[in-house]
Design a binder for this molecule. Sequence first.
Ligand code: NAD
Ligand code: WQD
Length: 337
Amino acid sequence: MNKVLITGGAGYIASHTNIELLKGDYELVLVDNFINSSAEAMKRVQELSGREITFQQVDLLDTDSLNSVFVQHPDIDSVIHFAALKAVGESVEKPLDYYTNNITGSLNLYSAMKKHGVSKIVFSSSATVYGDPDEIPVRENAPIRATNPYGHTKAMMEQILMDTAKAENWDIALLRYFNPVGAHESGRIGEDPTYPNNLLPFVSQVAAGIREKVVVFGDDWDTPDGTGVRDYIHVTDLAKAHVKSLEKLSNSNGIHIYNIGTGRGYSVLEMINAFSKACGHEVPYTVGPRRDGDIAEVTGNPSKAKEELGWEAELGLTEMVESAWKWQSQNPRGYID
Ligand code: NAD
Ligand code: WQD
C-alpha cells in the first residue's frame, strides 16, 4: 500500500479526495489544525469508506509536530497538500495571516519532506493564479497574475515548489482547480463554511431558509445574461483528479501543471435556476452591485489533464446542484449534529 500524507485532511476537498483514495491501494495519514474544519468529516469518511484513517492534529506552522508525523510514518511516500486559508476577501483584510499560514506552512512542509526524503507532492492550486486571463478557456501556459493576497500565496506556493522540484528532483503536480462545488452522493460529506463566501454554499443556505436571498453581484457584465460566468467542477470529479495525479507521479518525473475544470461556463443566474429546480422551489435573489475584484468570465481548458492524466469531468450541472442540495438539506447545521 502507498502511504499518503494529506495536509488539511479534514477539509471540504480533502474529505472527498480521501473517499476516492480509500477505494484504491492507499493508506492515509491526515493532518489538520481544524481552523476551518471538523473531526466529524473524517469520521464520516471512515464510515463511508469502511476504512481506517490515521489522524494527527497538527498545525503546519508547528515544525516539531509536523516533523514527528514523518518520524512516526517513515513509509510516507507522497503528499497531497490541501492545507491553506482560502477566503479572498479575508485575505485582503488580513494579508499577514494569509502569507504566514499559507507560505510559512508550505515552507515547513516542503522542508520536512526534504528532511525525510519524500519527493512526490500534489498541490492544491487555483484558477485564481491567472487573475483575469487574456483568453478563455485559459490554458496552463497563460501568464500568472493573481490579483489578491490569497491568489499571491497560491502563485508563490507554486513557484517555491517548482524551484524545489528542480533542485531536489521532486515529482510534482500542481492542480489549478476552477470552481469546486457539490457534495458526495451520499449527502454525508460536503462543504461546511463558517460563512459562505462562494456562490453555491450561499445559494444552498438561502434555499434552506437560513439566509433571506442571494445577492447577484452585478448583471451588467459582458456575458450572455449579464451575470458572472465560471467553470464549476463537481468536487467528486475534482477528487478523482488527485488519484490520477498520484498515479502519474508514480511513473513520470518532473513538474506537471493541470487545469481541473470542465471547460464549460455557467452564469450566476443559470446556477440559481438550476438550484431552484433541484430544491423544488424558487431561490429568491436580488441584483446588487459588482463585488470588488470580480471578473466577467473565466473558464479553463482541461485538455492537458485529459491527455496526460486520462482525467476528465464526468458530472454535470444537475449532479452539482442536486448533491449540494442533498448535503444542505440533510445537514442543515453542517457537521454539527
Ligand atoms: P477547506 O478550508 O475546507 O480545507 C482546508 C483545510 O486546511 C481545513 O481543514 C483547514 O482546517 C486546514 N488548514 C488550514 N491551515 C492549516 C494549517 N496551518 N495547518 C493545518 N491545517 C490547516 O478548503 P477546501 O475548499 O477544501 O480547499 C482545499 C485547498 O484547495 C486549499 O488549498 C484551497 O486554497 C484550494 N482551493 C480551493 C478552492 C475552493 O473554491 N474550494 C478553489 C481552488 C483551490
Ligand atoms: C462565483 C460567481 C460572483 C457570491 C473564488 C476564488 C477563487 C477560487 C474559487 C479558491 C461570481 C458571483 C458570488 C454571491 C454572486 N477559490 N456571486 N453572489 O470568485 O469565481 O472564485 O472561489 O481558490 O480563487 O476567487 O467564486 O463562488 O465567489 O463567485 O453573484 O453571493 O458568483 O460574482 O461571478 P469566484 P465565487
